[in-house]
Write a protein that binds this ligand. Structure first.
Ligand SMILES: C[S@@+](CC[C@H](N)C(=O)[O-])C[C@H]1O[C@@H](n2cnc3c(N)ncnc32)[C@H](O)[C@@H]1O
Length: 340
């Protein structure tokens, strides 16, 4: 299929559009051009909460001409009358935060490359929608909440110091990204529960997939990646000279000064040593529930399986707070994960 709009920017498409009414702020068009460009020309799945007159769905269908699904959801019954020329566009009518509507949307496609929330802009709705639809974003996908200017206004459950505003919620995701550094062993979900209440149940693994949270004027862009890509990773130590700090430590852990020529294997061993020492320290201050794991006696575990080393070598498992014995038996051995 030829794409007559291939060369046009989103701003070009908005300027030339004379179909159904669409409404976006000028800065959004520039921001979207930047963040959505990599998805152009691909068979993507997009969900937009908030259809209104259908103009933005029409323009998405020009911008993402090769899209597989462009789904709009709107609570307004009049949206049933909308029709679109691009076969990928579908409208689901109903409250996006009600489970029967979620089911209708996910019956069309169960996962999305892009989700845009341009619905009610009420803080509690925005947070609910994120908890409902971020799990359906694919790895490498984006979740965008629009018009967060409303987060500052009381009529939208907002305010500069309002603890339950949508911005207050999204700001907490910065801490979620840094979960592995928290001084207290707790769950990400529990941390967010002050704002979300019980709506957050069962999302611990999904929260580990938050790769980045980006704030632009009235926009929050949350990028999803596999949890393994969201950890800090092993420490790289290179060079030998320490004219300033001669005690050979990193964050309090002793390191070995590398020999003049350090091969990759030696470097890796050294990094592991640092990580092991860090893990030892963690182990000393934290009661690990998996010491009592029912899986530690499994005959399927390698004889030399060390749960702490497994967590060190697989920091995503560590940061997810999963029982290392259970994880290795269920996933690790199939995925060829390192345990020594
Ligand atoms: C700002 S308009 C959408 C504009 C459209 N996206 C555009 O760019 O032209 C917001 C829409 O969200 C709809 N809406 C409000 N609350 C909703 C909800 N809980 N679920 C689905 N749609 C909702 C409203 O009916 C309204 O049509």
């Amino acid at each position: 299929m030829t794409d007559e709009n291939e060369e046009k920017t989103l701003t070009d498409l908005y300027s030339a559009h004379d179909g159904k009414l669409a409404h976006k702020w000028a800065s959004y068009l520039k921001n979207y051009e930047e963040i959505f460009k990599p998805y152009r020309g691909k068979p993507i799945d997009l969900l937009e909460i908030g259809v209104q007159n259908g103009g933005s769905l029409e323009i998405w269908s020009k911008y993402f001409a090769q899209a597989r699904n462009i789904i709009g959801c709107d609570i307004n019954e009049n949206c049933r009358n909308l029709s679109f020329s691009h076969a990928a566009v579908a409208v689901v009518v109903g409250n996006a935060n009600v489970s029967s509507v979620v089911e209708k949307i996910t019956a069309i496609t169960s996962s999305f490359d892009i989700v845009i929330d341009d619905g009610s802009h009420i803080s509690s709705d925005i947070i609910k929608s994120f908890l409902l639809y971020f799990p359906a974003v694919r790895e490498g996908g984006l979740y965008v909440a629009e018009d967060l200017c409303c987060s500052y206004w009381p009529a939208w459950e907002g305010g500069l110091f309002e603890p339950k505003s949508s911005y207050a919620f999204f700001k907490l995701l910065v801490d979620v990204i840094n979960f592995e550094h928290w001084p207290h062993r707790t769950f990400r979900e529990d941390y967010l529960r002050s704002i979300t209440g019980d709506a957050i149940n069962g999302l611990e693994t999904v929260l580990a997939e938050i790769h980045s949270v980006e704030f632009r004027n009235s926009l929050c862009i949350v990028r999803k990646k596999a949890s393994a890509e969201n950890v800090i990773g092993p420490t790289w130590v290179s060079g030998r000279e320490q004219p300033v700090t001669q005690n050979n430590t990193i964050h309090g852990s002793k390191i070995t000064t590398p020999s003049p020529i350090v091969g990759a294997a030696a470097l890796l061993r050294m990094q592991q040593q640092v990580q092991c020492e860090l893990a030892e320290r963690i182990a000393n201050i934290v009661t690990h529930p998996w010491f009592e794991s029912p899986y530690r006696a499994s005959p399927d575990l390698p004889g030399d399986f060390d749960p702490r080393l497994y967590l060190v070598l697989n920091p995503d498992v560590h940061s997810a707070g999963v029982d290392p014995f259970f994880h290795y038996l269920l996933h690790g051995r199939l995925e060829g994960r390192r345990y020594k």
